[in-house]
Design a binder for this molecule. Structure first.
Ligand SMILES: Cc1cc2nc3c(=O)[nH]c(=O)nc-3n(C[C@H](O)[C@H](O)[C@H](O)COP(=O)(O)O)c2cc1C
Length: 176
């Protein structure tokens, strides 16, 4: 069945989690445009609980790599998402964190850049908070890495034969 698509929906379909980057930096203007998209992300009750720490320093980025798992050591920049850490609103904070992360990935893709998520695990959040001067009560779990795509390295990766489940297993029309 042929479906109508648009430039935007084609872009959205192509947003994948990228971990292979070239060393080329990203211009500050591009980064600010991506951050503007992040700033305009909607949140529960419009409480806007999210903030980001923009990490460009290679040594700090290396520490972020060590605090996460399977992440991209060579990205140009890492955006560390910070939320207030209110235990009573944990579910909403994590939802807002994820929604912001996705928008940042999409904004990066719209600029032709690669981007990927790393989740901080174990001692990772505490170590990252200490390194970046984030107050200890705040919640830090998601890092969005952004950089220029290393197309050769991406092509060389083994391909998942079914990167997504079929539509029949995803969408249930009128009844589950
Ligand atoms: C909530 C969440 C947490 C993730 N955490 C990590 C992570 O810690 N490390 C990592 O390499 N990828 C992480 N990813 C990326 C997923 O592995 C990726 O979305 C999935 O494998 C699909 O990749 P693809 O879009 O390239 O097919 C995370 C994604 C999400 C949505």
């Amino acid at each position: 069945m042929s479906q109508p698509t648009t430039d935007v929906t084609r872009l959205l379909r192509r947003v994948r989690n990228i971990r292979e980057f070239t060393p080329e930096p990203i211009s500050e203007d591009t980064l600010v445009d991506i951050l503007e998209v992040g700033r305009w992300t909607g949140s529960a009750s419009n409480r806007q609980p999210t903030e980001v720490v923009v990490v460009r320093d290679p040594q700090a980025r290396q520490k972020l790599v060590e605090a996460g798992s399977n992440t991209a050591g060579k990205a140009a920049v890492s955006l560390v998402i910070v939320t207030p850490g209110d235990p009573a609103r944990a579910e909403l904070e994590i939802f807002d964190d994820g929604r912001l992360a996705e928008r940042l990935l999409v904004a990066a893709a719209a600029h032709g850049l690669g981007s990927g998520i790393t989740t901080l695990k174990g001692e990772g959040p505490a170590a990252v908070k200490q390194m970046l001067g984030i107050p200890s009560e705040r919640r830090v779990r998601t890092v969005v890495n952004i950089g220029h795509r290393d197309e050769a390295a991406i092509r060389a990766k083994p391909k998942n034969p079914q990167p997504r489940k079929p539509m029949t297993e995803f969408a249930h029309w009128d009844h589950y």
